[in-house]
Write a protein that binds this ligand. Structure first.
Ligand code: ARG
Length: 586
């Protein structure tokens, strides 16, 4: 559905929607009409609003559509407007509308996207690996999608608070700390620093299973940790710091925004959890079941159709993952004043999060305008369409994946990096390798599983990061060859005249940028931006095959340079919003 829009000259679609809405309103004697303006294969745009309006006012839609065209209301925006089928209106934008949109984009740092007049405070919960456990591809997805959403919301003009809700609390920490002591902190540091987190965890677990004495020590250690024993706390800090240092190296390699200031692990909420329970009790929501503290949000049942409880306090008195998530919501809404909470968490946790959100609504902690959204994502599959596994059959370590990305990008880029120096090659390799992995993740609808396929994600043709990066680098090389300074070009734009079809198509594609950014944010769906950028790059390729730029003259050359400049900026800004860099040479 079309959002109500203000007229911004950089988006002809929005201008058309506005004009059509008021004209259709007049024709039907209604207010707040949705003109249903869409891009179309057959024209620049299609106005479909007459269909629903016909039903509403009891007139044939075609008649309304004809009246719209005859009214002349569209004349300023469109050079042609034709009624088709039962009541669609196919339009072509007037040349002046397209060129002024392109000029508006060319002279605007934000490429025609207006930051929101109503900024929100958005907490984005993402990445969230577990201390002393390996980061796996699920954490990769959360990290990459969350990072894109953080950048998009910042671009929108929202206040963005990133929270990395790491798993840094719970019973296993007793045995982990004891194992750290047994090994000696330095030896442990080396293993963990090298990313052998699973090894450390598994050793501790094996000892726990085999050694009753170790079991006892571990249990005592948990009690000491919970009681705030200073020495235990210190050891725990050590363990957390070793893991987060390692996480940071992964974040650094991935080029995501997360840093230590964003850490908001489960441990942080421990001191507030008793209060959370008290508040649930005060609200009359807390009940006891088998000695455990539970809440029954309506609408959730188990397989036998019985009400499903959210367990908030174990029989032992301890708090858990749910208590931590409830406390988080309180903290985010009441202390941080957030009105949008995004949880970038795998689809299998949907029920857990829905129950948490529902309990928060019941308790009055999550009331409009504050809302929480589970930004769910599917699995990463191997070429065999089963869960991605390494050759040895275990789950794939994130770092191994990044190493391979760089290796493969080196091979791919190396073949054609003829005139680049070593630094430039390293930059391109990292942009392409990491960009390919991120883009493969972001370009499919996040709720679906996707197949992790190296050859496909690194291909130079197809919906891939390297294809888009290459299109961008190609435009930069046009400017080098034409010896034109891009900033100077923008500062002094004359009349932009677009006569060729391929020029027009490119201009039209460019003007869709602002709307697709808003749509991507509203749906938390980065793949929509990817699809747009891919279409744009293809439209550019078609343009470039038909319209020489460097060899053209006069105003034709200037106009082509302007649309090339805007295309390159839309590609680099768009990919930048996805956390992907765009080198100027490849
Ligand atoms: N640490 C959890 C995991 O690795 C993810 C936490 C997601 N965030 C949350 N607020 N529950 O599965």
């Amino acid at each position: 559905m079309m959002q109500p829009v203000s007229s911004h000259s950089a988006d002809p679609m929005a201008t058309l929607a506005e004009v059509a809405a008021s004209a259709l309103g007049r024709i039907c004697g209604l207010d707040g009409v949705d003109p249903v303006v869409r891009p179309s294969d057959r024209a620049d745009a299609q106005i479909n609003g007459a269909m629903a309006l016909g039903k509403q006012v009891g007139r044939p839609p075609r008649e309304i559509a004809e009246e719209l065209v005859a009214s002349g209301a569209l004349d300023g925006v469109c050079s042609t407007a034709e009624v088709a089928g039962p009541g669609f209106v196919n339009v072509t934008f007037a040349p002046a509308v397209l060129t002024s949109a392109v000029v508006a984009m060319a002279t605007d740092d934000r490429l025609g996207h207006e930051s929101t007049p109503a900024p929100r405070t958005v907490v984005i919960d993402y990445s969230a690996p577990n201390v002393a456990k390996e980061m796996h591809v699920g954490h990769l997805r959360s990290t990459v999608i969350g990072d894109a959403l953080a950048r998009l919301h910042m671009f929108r003009g929202d206040t963005v608070i990133r929270e990395n809700h790491i798993g840094d609390w719970g019973r296993p920490f007793g045995m982990l700390i004891e194992h750290l002591l047994d090994l000696g902190a330095d030896v442990a540091a080396e293993g963990i620093g090298q990313g052998d987190l699973d090894g450390f965890y598994k050793q501790a677990n094996a000892k726990f299973d085999a050694d009753p004495d170790f079991q006892d020590r571990s249990r005592e250690r948990v009690v000491a940790l919970q009681a705030g024993d200073p020495e235990t706390r210190e050891l725990w800090n050590r363990l957390v710091a070793l893991s987060t240092e390692y996480f940071n190296t992964v974040y650094g390699r991935l080029g995501v925004l997360l840093n230590d200031d964003d850490l908001a692990g489960e441990s942080r909420y421990q001191p507030m959890m008793a209060d959370t329970l008290q508040r649930l009790d005060d609200a009359g929501l807390l009940s006891q079941s088998d000695g455990a503290g539970v809440v029954f949000p309506p609408g959730f049942t188990n397989r036998d159709g019985e009400p499903l409880p959210l367990i908030v306090q174990a029989r032992t008195g301890g708090f858990n993952y749910a208590t931590s998530d409830l406390t988080c919501v309180i903290d985010r809404v009441e202390r941080l004043d957030a009105d949008l909470l995004l949880y970038v968490v795998g689809a299998p946790q949907a029920q857990h999060l829905e129950m948490v959100f529902e309990v928060c609504r019941m308790a009055g902690w999550l009331v409009p305008p504050a809302e929480a959204v589970h930004v769910a994502f599917g699995n990463v599959l191997g070429n065999d369409r089963k869960m991605l596994r390494s050759r040895s059959g275990v789950s794939v370590k994130l770092v191994d994946l990044l190493d391979e990305a760089i290796e493969r990008a080196t091979a791919a880029v190396g073949e054609r990096s003829g005139d680049l120096d070593a630094d430039a090659v390293a930059e391109v390799v990292s942009a392409v390798g990491i960009g390919a992995v991120k883009y493969a993740d972001l370009s499919t609808d996040r709720v679906r599983d996707y197949v992790f396929d190296w050859d496909r994600m690194l291909a130079l043709d197809g919906n891939t990061a390297p294809y888009l990066q290459y299109a961008h680098a190609r435009i930069c090389s046009i400017f080098r060859r034409a010896d034109v300074d891009r900033a100077a070009l923008r500062a002094d734009i004359g009349d932009v005249v677009l006569t060729e079809n391929a020029e027009r198509n490119l201009a039209l594609a460019l003007t869709g940028f602002a709307a697709v950014v808003d749509d991507t944010i509203a749906s938390q769906s980065p793949h929509r931006l990817c699809t747009y950028l891919f279409d744009l790059a293809q439209t550019f390729t078609a343009f470039y095959e038909q319209c020489p730029v460097v060899r053209a003259d006069g105003p034709v050359r200037e106009a082509r340079l302007v649309i090339c400049d805007v295309t390159a900026r839309v590609l680099s800004t768009g990919l930048g919003l996805l956390g992907i860099t765009t080198p100027e040479r490849m």
